[in-house]
Design a protein around this ligand. Sequence first.
Ligand code: NAG
Ligand code: NAG
Ligand code: NAG
Ligand code: NAG
Ligand code: NAG
Length: 298
Amino acid sequence: MKPKRREPIAALILLAFTSIAPVSLCCQDLLCYVDFIDTLTCEYRKDKDLNSSVSHALSANWTFEEWNDTCLLDECEKNHYICTIDMEDFTVDGMCTVTIITKINGRYHSKQICQPFNIGNKFKPVPPFNLTVSLSENYNISWKTLYDNHDTRGGELAYELSYKKDGESWLNQKTIQVLEDEKNVVLLRSSFQAGEQYVARIRTQPKIYLSDIYQGHWSEWSTSITWTTPANDRTVKAQIGMISGMVAILAFLGILMTCFRYSPPIWKKVWVLVPDPEPFFKPLYKGHQGDFKVTHNL
Ligand SMILES: *[C@@H]1O[C@H](CO)[C@@H](O)[C@H](O)[C@H]1NC(C)=O
Ligand SMILES: *[C@@H]1O[C@H](CO)[C@@H](O)[C@H](O)[C@H]1NC(C)=O
Ligand SMILES: *[C@@H]1O[C@H](CO)[C@@H](O)[C@H](O)[C@H]1NC(C)=O
Ligand SMILES: *[C@@H]1O[C@H](CO)[C@@H](O)[C@H](O)[C@H]1NC(C)=O
Ligand SMILES: *[C@@H]1O[C@H](CO)[C@@H](O)[C@H](O)[C@H]1NC(C)=O
């Protein structure tokens, strides 16, 4: 269904209707937000668990210009209700009215019509995705959002990037605010310690200076990304030293083998003494997944 021209009279009727509707206290327990893509999410925490014969059904009426539509909310998980409606063309002044129907033993008992809300005031974006970290001179961290090519919401978001060492608590996170709707941020190489594993994540909300239009919410955090910073020069040198040492030992063993190829009894004795190279390789394998080449290039 596509929006049509608005008739002022329809707005007046709606206004009159909503102003006389009983706005129940019940609705204080209702928290709804829209993602401006296709989902209305409501949390409704009325203590219905106290009496298992009481249940609720939620529906939402949408009015946008002259167009209107209704959707029923499904309880997707406990106290969380969602309905799906295409919001691609919705402007921030679209209105939504949630109706809560209370049933007892499955039978209609009462109905509360909650205060209509301006959907721009309830914008909670879908989290960014495809968070990527690439290293050239510095670290370039980039991401995508569902709003990138969005006609109306494109360019209206701000971001918060957070990162920490893997294994530490998020309480120790460092955060970077991205106030413009840019999909990447460059962090100095020196912001990170060498040879460590880091985790980053990102979330988004409407830009702060658009707070007249949106009383937005932070999105949930994106899926996090983990990466390992390259070892610093000293570590690399130490590794080169170790590898040279190993090459020397192998060469020495080669000479021994050649020397004793024709005298099996002595060779047998030497064989017992051959040092096991495994402890030598293990730290390298553990630290760098055996990827010596990459470590050297960096
Ligand atoms: C639940 O509510 C119904 C209707 O108000 C009432 O008849 C019933 O006694 C209540 N049950 C409990 C356990 O409170
Ligand atoms: C919602 O829409 C339905 C169908 O159009 C209508 O019957 C109902 O009265 C509306 N409720 C509100 C609160 O606008
Ligand atoms: C909703 O739209 C239908 C037709 O599109 C109209 O008959 C009805 O009055 C509208 N309801 C409201 C509340 O605007
Ligand atoms: C980007 O994210 C989407 C959805 O999470 C996923 O399907 C896709 O494979 C990702 N693309 C890349 C290049 O990571
Ligand atoms: C960072 O990555 C983004 C996306 O891949 C790219 O558009 C941008 O040019 C890169 N910036 C730098 C400084 O490398």
